[in-house]
Design a binder for this molecule. Structure first.
Ligand SMILES: [Zn+2]
Ligand SMILES: [Zn+2]
Length: 452
């Protein structure tokens, strides 16, 4: 019986009506915990008032004990008023005694909303979610309390707190809560006497395509292999293996405009450091972490980035993206087709006619065929040593000089083009060198197109 439990509770502890309601939160809906608590105390007062007015002596005696308990220990005004009207004396031992369970947190939730709003003043967002981590003291006390009185219909302190503060913030900020993928996660660390707020801001993802117009820069920054970023003599105390990267040329304007704390560059595959990326460019997604500004002028960022990086890097087709697209970008990289242009140096000399004969041979033995590539030595430190089958779709060749040729090659993403040309000591087969029956060397390589 609920009423008996409530009398037992107040015989031992004072708790506020919010906390009383929370202990029975699973019962009845479309109401608040405070209303639940108030209604329970009011019903209890009414029932005992009825008993007091009855002609049954025993009922009357019990009702006076109960009404006094409600007036003195639950500090419930309607019960105090009944006793006053009936001329029964009562004494409230400790009028300022705070709620045993929440230390009056739920009686004045305003500071939590107010500080929350102040905390978010400089941040741009569309929606949010409230979370909380009450100190273990609060949780443990509440757990012991529930088991002491066998309360099994209670709601947790946390979800009660999150809901009331969430409501207050929704109203103050005029922004909706978002439960699945909020722009902001606002976490309240709550103690009995103090609290603080921590914020997690959802990353902002920007899709674009980049051209790398010069050779010799990696896509993302590499730490110095000797000092791993700490700075040493080898890297001139920069901590970096290469002075600059596509990532570092692209991200400054985004960082500046979004006020992010950090960024990560996700490319749809990557070209070698000495390979240019031409044509429509390679898709990438820039992840901006903890951005204070979410609405960016992408055209302005694009033009400023391009102006500052003439002949080095160019970006285009910027638009907003999301985490899911990053995952797709990575997994689809190997399903793409790529078109390369390569300048190839041969060991021996060929006449134009000899070259054309070899080119025909090359087309018939490699075009639309699967070639087999064992992981090249030069990358074996970061990729598993195994044999991969790759499709070569199309080869076009142009005679430049007796020992210099130009090829346009369309292949499946992930093909090692330099090795397709030089054969990598038989690790790639068939190869251009194998078909030409002479050592060939890829001197320059450009990615012309990435087809998805
Ligand atoms: Zn309370
Ligand atoms: Zn170093």
């Amino acid at each position: 019986m609920i009423f008996d439990k409530i009398l037992q509770i107040y015989d031992k502890y004072y708790i506020c009506s919010h906390c009383l309601g929370r202990m029975f939160s699973l019962l009845a809906s479309q109401t608040t915990n405070q209303k639940r608590g108030e209604s329970l105390l009011l019903s209890l007062t009414m029932e005992n008032h009825r008993a007091f007015l009855s002609n049954n002596n025993q009922e009357q005696e019990t009702s006076i004990i109960n009404l006094k308990l409600l007036a003195e220990k639950a500090k419930f005004l309607p019960a105090q008023s009944v006793l006053k009207i009936e001329g029964i004396e009562f004494k409230i031992a400790n009028i300022d005694q705070p709620c045993y369970l929440c230390n009056n947190i739920f009686l004045d939730i305003e500071p939590y909303g107010k500080e929350g709003v102040a905390f978010l003043a400089e941040i741009e967002f569309n929606n949010f979610l409230i979370g909380s981590t009450p100190e273990s003291q609060i949780i443990n006390r509440e757990d012991r309390f529930k088991s002491e009185f066998g309360l099994i219909e209670a709601e947790s302190f946390k979800s009660h707190f999150n809901r009331v503060v969430g409501k207050s913030l929704t109203y103050k900020l005029n922004k909706p809560p978002e439960f699945n993928n909020p722009d902001l996660l606002i976490i309240y660390h709550i103690g009995y006497d103090s609290f603080n707020i921590k914020l997690t801001i959802k990353s902002l993802f920007i899709f674009g395509r980049y051209n790398k117009l010069m050779r010799g820069i990696p896509q993302t920054h590499w730490y110095c292999q000797k000092c791993m970023g700490k700075g040493c003599e080898l890297c001139n105390f920069t901590g970096k293996q290469y002075l600059i990267s596509v990532e570092e040329l692209v991200n400054p304007e985004f960082m500046k405009e979004s006020h992010a704390t950090d960024s990560k560059f996700h490319g749809a595959g990557r070209e070698d450091i000495d390979v240019r990326m031409l044509g429509r460019g390679r898709p990438f997604i820039l992840e901006l972490r903890n951005p204070k500004i979410r609405k960016l002028d992408l055209l302005k960022i694009e033009s400023k980035t391009n102006k500052g990086n003439k002949k080095r890097v160019r970006i285009q087709n910027l638009r907003y993206s999301n985490k899911k697209e990053v995952i797709n970008l990575k997994s689809e990289a190997k399903n793409t087709r790529k078109v390369y242009k390569s300048l190839v140096l041969s060991d021996g000399k060929l006449s134009k006619e000899e070259f054309n004969v070899k080119l025909r041979e090359l087309k018939s033995s490699i075009e639309d065929q699967e070639i087999h590539q064992r992981t090249p030595n030069r990358v074996s430190h970061r990729r598993a040593d195994k044999i991969r089958g790759k499709l070569v779709y199309k080869i076009d060749g142009k005679y430049v000089k007796p020992n210099l040729f130009e090829f346009k090659i369309q292949t499946q993403g992930g093909t090692y083009i330099k090795e397709l040309i030089n054969g990598d000591n038989g690790r790639t087969s068939p190869s251009f060198s194998e078909v030409f029956k002479m050592p060939l060397l890829c001197k320059e390589l450009d990615v012309l197109e990435i087809l998805i």
